[in-house]
Design a protein around this ligand. Structure first.
Ligand SMILES: Nc1ncnc2c1ncn2[C@@H]1O[C@H](COP(=O)(O)OP(=O)(O)OP(=O)(O)O)[C@@H](O)[C@H]1O
Length: 505
């Protein structure tokens, strides 16, 4: 699915170009005529978009706002835009944010550029092509806050012992950033850090590693690939791939025995959910869990570690400055006011570090002087609306090419708080005033309960009076598994144990 965000219903030339794209590239397009509509689609879709297009944004601000919404929902899809009039500073701000530019001045040419981009992305599933790499070192990370400092210290110990490292934490918490820094600090830094992600594994582990140019046997068992391998989102790996990986790691262990510390390939794994919970629920192989979790590190949600926020925001700003050419740095702020930092610390950050980064970029762009003030870091106007500060705009319509998504999104359209209100979700009547089928009402109740109890599945199952396995089966039937479901994502922060610090390795 490609999400196309417009300012109002698209004009005729854009509509024609979109129709052409849908037909030629055979992609499902979802058109959101406002940022609020885009947010609703992201909150209700079970499949992440392949790409997001800010179709008629002329300036940098709405594109950066959209980026923040994407980060809030843990969407790592590339964001593409074709703003007509940008100052060099605005262009640099968008580039820093990883926004890609569509070529051409006409909608038709721009959509052709999008089509080429989608084709080019076909060989990089799961990759984050839109994200510019400006690595943070372990020292940089350790300086950002207590939780990070603890995780870094434990990570360093694991590096020294040559142990596989499992990093757990919700979407956008900084797992990959930590893994990159650990890789860069280790003995294998001259060799690449490769990533294997769940979407790459549909055809099995062998096919996925072959696509990376690595033979499973030689690369992963005999370690000829060298460098590091990051097993991203292992909590979402298909069962077959879990079995293949467990077998490979066992054979690798048998081969290297106790000399794993000097083996040329280091294994990292990342999980958005506490893996042990999945083991208990029978959704993750126990043997694989023990193979991967020799040195577990936990990055709790940002909301649970407000002491990390100012250090992270400063680090993000510094990195942003460093990534710009010297003449452009002069126009950039270089510090936050105390009030700005306090404001950042007072927010919930459901999208964690990803969302914070998007906000910092937006603030750096908005600030005219050397200091970022509290006003600059205020949530985008849309966030205020969603938090109920403004009147609802009523602008939640969709012009969609996917019928299922229309009805799904229409159900959740316009929740006045980020977690919705009961009448938005539990409408037992259809548009004609007739009762909805029981299955639909039940789906609404489950959806509401997941939101209401902030993704805490044990609480949801207790309150609904059903077992956890029944709950998970129903979620699966409804295509609402928590990790895929932005409803739970909305409060993923609370599904992690409060105050859970990084575990000793
Ligand atoms: N300690 C930090 N300091 C500065 N920036 C950070 C820090 N941690 C994360 N970031 C930034 O936040 C963003 C999200 O981080 P990252 O991709 O590492 O999250 P993740 O937990 O791996 O996400 P996902 O679960 O979606 O894969 C990145 O842009 C990264 O640069």
């Amino acid at each position: 699915m490609v999400l196309v965000v417009c300012n109002g219903q698209p004009e005729r030339p854009l509509r024609a170009a979109l129709a052409g794209l849908a037909a030629q590239a055979r992609v499902v397009l979802q058109i959101a005529p406002s940022l609020a509509a885009a947010r609703n689609i992201l909150a209700t879709q079970t499949r992440a978009p392949r790409a997001v297009v800010a179709a008629d944004a002329d300036t940098a601000a709405p594109v950066l706002d959209l980026l923040e919404i994407l980060r809030m929902h843990g969407a790592s899809a590339p964001l593409l835009a074709a703003p007509a009039a940008l100052t060099p500073a605005e262009a640099a701000a968008l580039q820093d944010a990883g926004v890609e530019f569509l070529a051409g001045v006409t909608p038709e040419r721009q959509m052709r550029s999008l089509q080429e981009r989608l084709q080019a992305a076909g060989d990089a599933p799961g990759g984050r092509r839109g994200e510019r790499r400006a690595e943070l070192s372990l020292d940089d990370l350790a300086a950002t806050g207590e939780t990070m400092a603890r995780a870094v210290a434990q990570g360093r110990r694991a590096l020294g012992a040559g142990l596989p490292v499992l990093v757990e934490g919700p979407s956008g918490a900084g797992k990959l950033t930590l893994v990159r820094a650990l890789h860069a600090a280790g003995m294998r830094r001259q060799r690449p850090l490769r990533q294997l992600d769940a979407p790459m594994l549909e055809a099995g582990l062998g096919a996925a590693t072959a696509a990376m140019g690595v033979d499973v046997e030689r690369g992963l068992i005999n370690d000829e690939a060298g460098g590091s391998l990051y097993l991203r989102n292992v909590d979402r790996w298909p069962t077959v791939a879990q079995a293949e990986l467990a077998e490979l790691l066992r054979r690798r262990g048998a081969r290297h025995g106790r000399v794993a510390a000097v083996a040329p390939l280091r294994i990292f794994a990342g999980s958005r959910q506490p893996l042990i919970d999945l083991v208990r629920e029978g959704r993750f192989r126990e043997d694989l869990y023990y193979l991967l979790s020799v040195a577990p590190l936990t990055l709790t949600p940002l909301a649970l570690r407000p002491e990390d926020i100012s250090g992270m925001a400063q680090a993000m700003l510094e990195r942003l400055r460093a990534s710009r050419a010297a003449p452009l740095q002069r126009d950039m702020p270089d510090a936050f006011s105390d009030a700005a930092l306090q404001r950042l610390q007072s927010e919930d950050w459901p999208g964690n570090a990803s969302q914070l980064r998007a906000r910092v970029m937006r603030a750096a762009h908005a600030a005219a002087g050397p200091i970022i003030t509290a006003d600059h870091v205020a949530p985008p106007r849309l966030a205020n609306q969603l938090a109920g500060d403004d009147e609802p705009t009523g602008d939640h319509g969709f012009w969609l090419m996917d019928e299922a998504a229309v009805s799904q999104a229409a159900h959740a359209a316009g929740p006045p708080t980020p977690c919705g209100q009961i009448h938005d979700i539990l409408d037992i009547f259809d548009g004609q005033g007739d009762l909805r089928p029981l299955a639909e009402i039940e789906a609404g109740v489950i959806r509401f309960a997941v939101r209401h109890y902030r993704g805490q599945m044990s609480e949801v199952s207790r309150r609904l009076g059903i077992g956890r396995s029944t709950l998970y089966r129903k979620l699966k039937d409804l295509d609402m598994m928590p990790e895929r479901d932005a409803l739970a994502d909305c409060d993923a922060a609370r599904s992690w144990p409060e105050g859970a610090a990084a575990q000793p390795s």
